[in-house]
Ligand binder design. Structure first.
Ligand SMILES: *[C@@H]1O[C@H](CO)[C@@H](O)[C@H](O)[C@H]1NC(C)=O
Ligand SMILES: *[C@@H]1O[C@H](CO)[C@@H](O)[C@H](O)[C@H]1NC(C)=O
Ligand SMILES: *[C@@H]1O[C@H](CO)[C@@H](O)[C@H](O)[C@H]1NC(C)=O
Ligand SMILES: *[C@@H]1O[C@H](CO)[C@@H](O)[C@H](O)[C@H]1NC(C)=O
Ligand SMILES: [Zn+2]
Length: 420
């Protein structure tokens, strides 16, 4: 009895002195469901996402950086930097001298592609004494200034990204990392509904079925967190890299075929990246830049053609040596050189297009409950996560201002939390 009283007095004294009482460091799980467009919950019954919004925060939508494709936008989530500033400018590694290209999966293993001067949050967190992990998140396979996320899993080549049973196993694995290895921060990636959105289109019944699978998984994730005893310490942020839009097919519209454009010739280029949906980059041969540019500019009403130095500032996709001198993109519905592309859905368009916007949800002890907020750019998720984790962010393009209204106010100045 007496010792209990002493203990209570001690607690009281500590709380008066401002020392953290029962302080439990906040954990963060960042989840990406690739290609989950902001409005995918509007034509599907999503009880688990609805419950999560009631228990936490839902943003109307978020704005990804341009170029709206997987690796560049995920690296923005991890760094808070626009793509021109972090340097992961494409899903594909390429060398303009040798004209060699590596597809998405192989590019995961090209360290110098990812480690181009900007540290992802795993490394920053670890340098400040926290423990970080990652499962399948783009960028996981690379090292950064010689360091890697301390617990990590990279998917094998030809991985089946749709398997719901595997999604549950991966969820439990990550919750185990938090509980048993006391990780503070983990990123978790699911390759859907992107794959289904590409294959069947965003308006298809297949996409709606996949959204139901995502919703069931969200329910499973929250249940698993609870079973692992993480409810009071774990903040779960669920978002995506980009949205998806339907592609016109089979002569529905006048297609954009570069080889048919008068005055344009691939022979004037020493390198190009154009067979990837709505975006392209060209490196003209010496002395050919004006010729190529003039041939393409204004050649199709739905094709945008820019010299790198004339790119609209708002896209933040110019100031990087890796970006080639001419940049192309098409309006929604159009792809560039569509003859060899069979997708019914695409992304990679202007990030102002509503169809390119992903969703954003968050729940946990750091977040307010039943709060709907307006849109913000995904560069701001990084400073938010750093704040919750109580770590000093690296230089970044986001700002806590954009998201701090989502947080409960009991934060200390160090960004640490006192549970009461
Ligand atoms: C591209 O390949 C050339 C020739 O092998 C090499 O000299 C150059 O360093 C490479 N550039 C990059 C960015 O890998
Ligand atoms: C980034 O990559 C480019 C080549 O693509 C290279 O010239 C540059 O030195 C790299 N910067 C850093 C900081 O790694
Ligand atoms: C799905 O994943 C489970 C668990 O990893 C595995 O046993 C099963 O074979 C997989 N099914 C398919 C169709 O890939
Ligand atoms: C953030 O908020 C502070 C104080 O309200 C303000 O001075 C600053 O301009 C804001 N910064 C941004 C980027 O909105
Ligand atoms: Zn995709």
């Amino acid at each position: 009895m007496k010792s209990e009283l002493v203990y209570l007095c001690l607690l009281w004294a500590l709380s008066i002195l401002g020392a953290p009482v029962n302080k439990q460091r906040q954990k963060v799980l960042l989840i990406s469901f690739d290609g989950f467009r902001w409005d995918y919950d509007r034509d599907v019954d999503t009880p688990n996402l609805d419950k999560m919004a009631k228990d936490g925060v839902k943003a109307l939508y978020v704005t990804p950086p341009y170029l709206t494709i997987t690796s560049p936008t995920h690296f923005t989530l991890l760094t808070g930097r626009y793509i021109e500033n972090h340097g992961v400018i494409h899903n594909m590694w390429f060398n303009t001298t040798t004209t060699e290209k590596k597809p998405y999966y192989q590019t995961q293993f090209v360290n110098e592609w990812w480690d181009n001067g900007t540290l992802p949050i795993w490394i920053t967190a670890q340098r400040q004494g926290l423990k970080a992990g990652s499962l399948h998140f783009p960028g996981t396979a690379s090292s950064y200034q010689g360091q890697v996320a301390m617990v990590r899993e990279v998917e094998p080549l030809l991985y089946n990204y749709k398997n719901e049973t595997a999604w549950r196993e991966n969820t439990d694995k990550v919750m185990g990392w938090f509980r048993d290895q006391d990780l503070d921060f983990v990123t978790l990636y699911f390759g859907e509904p992107d794959g289904t959105g590409h294959r069947y289109g965003p308006d298809s019944p297949e996409r709606r079925e996949m959204v139901k699978q995502v919703d069931r998984t969200v329910g499973y994730i929250r249940q698993s967190a609870k079973q692992h005893g993480l409810t009071n310490s774990l903040n779960i942020i669920i978002t995506a890299d980009h949205g998806m839009t339907s592609v016109y097919r089979n002569g529905q519209v006048e297609e954009i075929t570069l080889s048919k454009i008068p005055g344009f010739s691939f022979r004037d280029l020493s390198f190009h990246l154009v067979d990837f949906g709505p975006s392209g980059m060209l490196l003209p041969k010496p002395g050919k830049l004006e010729k190529v540019y003039n041939a393409l500019k204004g050649s199709h009403p739905h094709l945008h053609v820019y010299k790198k130095e004339e790119m609209p500032e708002r896209l933040h996709f110019a100031k990087n040596d890796r970006i080639l001198p001419i940049i192309l993109w098409s309006d929604p519905g159009y792809v560039i050189n569509g003859v060899l592309q069979f997708h019914k859905g695409e992304h990679g368009f202007d990030n102002q297009e509503m169809d390119m916007k992903p969703f954003f949800r968050a729940v946990g002890p750091a977040f307010q409950k039943n709060l709907k907020v307006g849109p913000f750019e995904t560069v701001n998720i990084y400073p938010l996560m750093c704040h919750i984790l109580g770590i000093q962010p690296e230089v970044n393009d986001g700002h806590l201002n954009a998201t701090k209204h989502m947080l409960v106010t009991s934060t200390t100045t160090q960004g640490e939390f006192i549970s009461d």
